[in-house]
Design a protein around this ligand. Sequence first.
Ligand code: BG6
Length: 495
Amino acid sequence: KKTDDQVLVIFGGSGDLTKRKLIPAVFNLFKGGFLAECYAVVGVGRTAYSDEEYRQSVVFENEHLTDKNKVSQDDLNAFSKLIHYQSLDTKNKEAYATLKERLRALDEEKATCHNYIFYLSTPPSLYEVIAEGLAANGLNSQKNGWSRLIVEKPFGYDLESARHLNQHLRKFFEEDQIYRIDHYLGKETVQNMFVTRFANSIFEPLWNRNYIHRVEITAAESVGVEKRGGYYDSSGALRDMVQNHLFQLVALVAMEPPVKADAESIRNEKLKVFQSLRPYTTEDIAKNVIRGQYTASTIRGEKVPGYREEEGVDPNSKTETYAALKFYIDNWRWAGVPFYIRTGKRLPTRVTEVVIHFKPNHHHLFSANPHLANPQNTLVLRIQPNEGILLKFAMKIPGAGYNTEHVNMDFHYDDLSNVYVPDAYERLILDCMQGDATLYARGDSTEAAWEFIDPILKAWANDEVPIYGYPSGTWGPENADSLIEGDKMTWRYPC
Ligand code: BG6
C-alpha cells in the first residue's frame, strides 16, 4: 500500500514508551523502506530539548535501537535527520499554537503535505486537553491533508470514564480519525488467529458449540509490577490485561466470519461478541471471577517481594495482580460453551496461549475408560513465546490391541526463519500511516467490553468478593481451579 507523506507527532516524546517501542518501530519502518519519501517525527514534551539533544537521547543513545550488531552508524545518521522536538506545556491550551507553527514550518521544509498522526503516549489525564488544543488550532482538520489520533491504553478506567473519553474525543475528531491502540492486535500470532480460522476449511466447520467443549485463554507473566507500581496499583489485572488484550483474543476466537477482511466488517463482528457476553450478577461474580495478589516468596533461590511491598504500591492495597474468569457468550454459535480466561503477574512462566478443547467422541471404541480411550483433542494457539500452533490428537500405540496415546502436531513460527516478524508497534504504526484501522479498537467495542467488566470492578471495590494471596512463582490462587468444573478437568499448565 502507498504511504502518504506525513508527520508523526508523539506526545510524551521523552517518555519510556517512546524510547522503548515507538522510535525503534519507526526506525525499523525506515530501514524496511516503509516510510514515505517526505517524512518527519516530532517528539513533544515539557523538557526543553533542542532537536540535537533529542536525537542524542532517542536515537544515538537509545539502547533499544542501537544494537551494535544490527545497526550501522550511517543508518542512525540518516534516520536522526527525520527526528525533531518541540517543547510544549501540554496542559496549556494556548501553547498549541506553537505546535501548529512548527508543523507548518516542517510542512514547508519537508513537503509533508499537512498529514499528521498525533500519538498520545502521555498519562490519560492529558488526552482530553491535547485533543482540544489540537482542534482549537485546526490540527484535527481533514481538509488540506489528514489528521489521525492514536490513543494509548488505558482507554478509560471504567465504563463511565470510557464513555466520557469517547464523547470528548469525538467532539474534536471523527471516529474514523481515532486509533485506539491495543498492542496485542499488532502481534503476528494474534492476527494469525483470524487466518487460522478463516483460511482453512478444516477448523471452521468444527468451531462451534457442537464440537467445542470449552475455550481457555492464559496470559501469564513471570515478572512482577517492576517499576510501574504507581500506575498498576490504580489499575490491576482486570483493567491492565483483561478488558483490552484478553478480550481482543476472545473476540478473535468467537467472532462470526466477517463479510470482508476490512476494518469495518471485522470490527462489526467483534462488537457483536462483546454485545453477546452474558452479564454477571453479583452472585455470578462471587462464583465465576477470582482475584489474587502475589505474596513474597523465594523463586529459584532468589527472594522476591510481595505485591504490597513493591515500590509505589499501597501497603494495604487490594489491587489484583491475578484475575481468572469463567463466562458465556450467549449467541447461536457459543450457547452453553464456557470461556475461561486468566492472567497474572509473578506466575511460574511467561506464556500467552489460546486453547480450544474439543468435545470427546460420543462412543468409546477403544477402552471402557473414556479418559484413556477418548481424550479430548486440543488446538493450542501459542501467542508467545515459542509462537506456533499445536494440535493434539490420538494415535494407536504400536503393538497388540488398540491402545491409544495423544501425540502432537506442532508448528513453530521459528521454522519460517527467512521471514521477518515485525514488532507489534511497527505493524500498528504502519497501519495508521496507511489509514487502516482494522487492528485498532473501535469506540463502541471498547465501551461494550467495559460494560461487561464494570460490575466486577464494582463488586471488588465494595469488597463483596475476597482477594486471595498466592505465593510468587505459583499459578495463582488455588480457588481459580474451582472455576473449571468437571471430572479430571483443569487449566492447561504450559511449561
Ligand atoms: C501491557 C500491560 O499492556 O501489556 C503490562 O500494561 C503487561 O502490565 C503487558 O506486562 C504485556 O504485554 P506482552 O506483550 O509482554 O504480553
